[in-house]
Every structure is written in C-alpha cells, then in structure tokens.
Write a protein that binds this ligand. Structure first.
Ligand SMILES: Nc1ncnc2c1ncn2[C@@H]1O[C@H](COP(=O)(O)OP(=O)(O)OP(=O)(O)O)[C@@H](O)[C@H]1O
Length: 340
C-alpha cells in the first residue's frame, strides 16, 4: 500500500474538515441552519475550515482546488464536508472527480454530507437523516470512507463531461426542473415560505406541455428505439424530484446504472403511469415503462428536450450521451449490509 493510500484508509490519521457551505440551498434554509451547524462543529472540537459558495458553480472550483491542495498525508486526512442540497453535492463531486481525471497522481478526497436543500434525494438514498444537526452528529462519528458508485456521462454533441450522484433526466423531469428553478412563481412562493409548492405547480404545466419524443437506447444487450418517450431518466439510486421512487431497486453498490423510459400515448395515460410511480412504485410493471440495469448506456435524442442533472438545469438541447459508472469515496454513516 502506498503512503497516500495508507493515509487515506487509516482511521488513526488526524482529520480535517474542509466545510463547503451553500447558504442559498433549500431556498435559503442552509443559510439559516449554518450558524447552528458551525457551533456544533466548534463544540465537537474538530479541525475545520469554512469555504462559502459565493456564486453558482463556485463549489466545483473550490472542491477542485481542495483536491489538489489537500491530498492525504500521513499526518492529515482532509474530508470535504458539504452543507447544502443535491446541487451543491453535485458540484462538489464534479470538482473532485475532474481534478483526479486531469491528474492521475491525485486521489479523490472523501465527501461527507449534511443535507440542507429542498429535495435531498441523495440523503434519502443513503438513509441520512434530513435534519442537518442529526446528520452532522452521525457524520462526525464516521471513522473510514466507503466507496459508492456515481454516474458519469459524456455529451458528444456538446463535448461536455460530468458526474452525478443521483440522476440525469431528459424530457418530463428535465422540463419541471428547468421551469421551476428558473421561475418567478418559485421566487414569489419562497418569499412567503411556500417554495415547496413550486414543483406541483410546474408538474401540471409540464404535463400539458411535454410532448412525446424519440430516443435511441443502446446497451450491450442491444439497441431499442422509442418514438413516444416522455421521461428518460438514468439513475444511480431510487429517487428523484424530492422522494419520488423512479427506480425502486437501483443500487449504488452494483457497478450499474438504472435507466427508466416512460412513454406517453395520451395525457391521461402518462398521468396514470406517473401516479403509479408516485403512489405505489409499481410503474415499471406497465407496458409503457421500460427499465434497464446496465454498466454502460448510450442515449441519442431526435430533437431538443429539457435536461436535469441532480436537480440542476441542463438546458434544452439535442442530447447525445454515453453513460458509465465511476467511484467516489464518501465519509458517511453507511452500514456494510445497508441496501443502497
Ligand atoms: N452564492 C450563490 N448565490 C446564488 N446561488 C448559488 C450560490 N452558490 C451556489 N448557488 C446555487 O444554488 C443552487 C441550489 O443549490 P442546491 O441544489 O444545493 O439546493 P436545493 O436546490 O435547495 O436542493 P435540492 O437540489 O436538494 O433540492 C445551485 O444551483 C448552486 O449553483
């Protein structure tokens, strides 16, 4: 074992937390929770330094720089402690992984996470408490990192490469995220602390506006073409949209991604299929639902559609993706036998 690997796996190496805070996550709730979390860190007498996100995308730059400057040493193991939502975690993972991709001598820093966003789907998938104070207490008790799958894609059309902890969705979920995160309605509802209602409002908008589109799916099992796709989601774990079970048996330990394609032949048929997903998680048994579990998948779309990655807006484009699985060490209270 190399000195670096030893330092990374040893439980005895003194820990240092680089705390990445996005005060804007959770409609500003992270900003409100942060003073209490800071006090708990001080009380726990752990070594930490705070890095506040100053603009959208800043967390990626911070995590990338920290991966370069804080490589494990025999006398210090730095852990990136993310305080925010799924988007902040997404940016942190991308900072870490892009640094390692560009310099093979680097190892990925482990990521700890305290959920304080609005959706918190990753926290749900790893059974981390949604209460930031409880989650922090459990995270501080962790003694070693564990590696989980993360998704990775290359968008050939836009020469773009990205990593994701939750999912990448094109069509219906992409449209809801794009219109909600960008909307005046959300800002107005946030002002009266009803920001959570923005998603249901835009759900019905998307139900009327989202038309069926074509997608070509290529895996090592063969190629399929769907002419009436409405939702095409590649996911690393079961949840999207703040707790909706899109792929009930998706696992972050199987080295595979789950792809769910839902077709739309009429508004009522798609609404029924979506309702089965939300209420009973039984949508995958229906004829108009298609499910793949695969280490690699290529998705080629026929027209511009909205995309979302970990709840972040990707924009309306003609996507041409190759997906595969990468690995990321997490500093989280996971049990070995925990089903993930
Ligand atoms: N200083 C900042 N000012 C404005 N926006 C910021 C700033 N720093 C980060 N952001 C943006 O905040 C957005 C929301 O963050 P995040 O996704 O973590 O919270 P959320 O949307 O409430 O949570 P979830 O994704 O779990 O629903 C991200 O897109 C991020 O780029």
């Amino acid at each position: 074992m190399t000195e670096l690997a030893q330092a990374q796996s040893s439980t005895a190496v003194p820990r240092h937390y680089a705390v990445l805070v996005n005060a804007f996550a959770g409609n500003g709730n992270t900003g409100k929770a942060w003073p209490t979390i800071r006090k708990l860190l001080e009380k726990a007498a752990v070594s930490f330094q705070v890095y506040e996100s100053e603009y959208p995308g800043h967390t990626t730059i911070l995590a990338r720089a920290l991966t370069r400057s804080e490589q494990p040493r025999p006398d210090r193991q730095t852990i990136l402690l993310v305080i925010g939502g799924d988007g902040t975690l997404h940016q942190t993972v991308n900072g870490v992984q892009s640094a390692v991709r560009d310099d093979a001598s680097l190892v990925p820093l482990p990521i700890a996470y305290v959920p304080a966003g609005s959706g918190n789907d990753f926290a749900r998938a790893v059974a981390l408490p949604q209460d930031p104070e409880k989650a922090l207490e459990m995270v501080l008790a962790v003694t070693a990192p564990q590696t989980l799958d993360i998704g990775h894609y290359v968008d050939h059309r836009h020469q773009r490469e990205e990593y994701f902890t939750n999912n990448v969705g094109v069509g219906f979920d992409g449209r809801i995220v794009s219109t909600t995160n960008d909307s005046r309605i959300k800002r107005a509802l946030n002002r009266i602390h009803l920001g959570g209602l923005a998603y249901p409002v835009h759900f019905f908008g998307a139900l009327f506006k989202q038309r069926a589109f074509s997608v070509r799916v290529h895996t090592d099992q063969g190629t399929a073409r769907f002419q009436n796709a409405c939702l095409v989601t590649t996911t690393n774990h079961p949840f999207f949209g703040g707790g909706i079970t899109v792929a009930p048996h998706a696992s972050m330990r199987d080295g595979k991604l789950d792809l769910v394609v839902l077709e739309r032949t009429s508004l009522l048929q798609f609404f029924g299929l979506f309702a089965l997903m939300v209420l009973f998680h039984s949508h995958l048994k229906r004829k108009r639902a298609h499910h793949y579990v695969t280490a690699k998948v290529d998705l080629t779309f026929g027209a511009p559609e909205f995309g979302q990655e970990d709840g972040e807006i990707m924009g309306e484009h003609i996507y041409d993706f190759s997906f595969d699985v990468c690995h990321q060490p997490f500093w989280l209270p996971l049990r070995d036998n925990q089903i993930l």
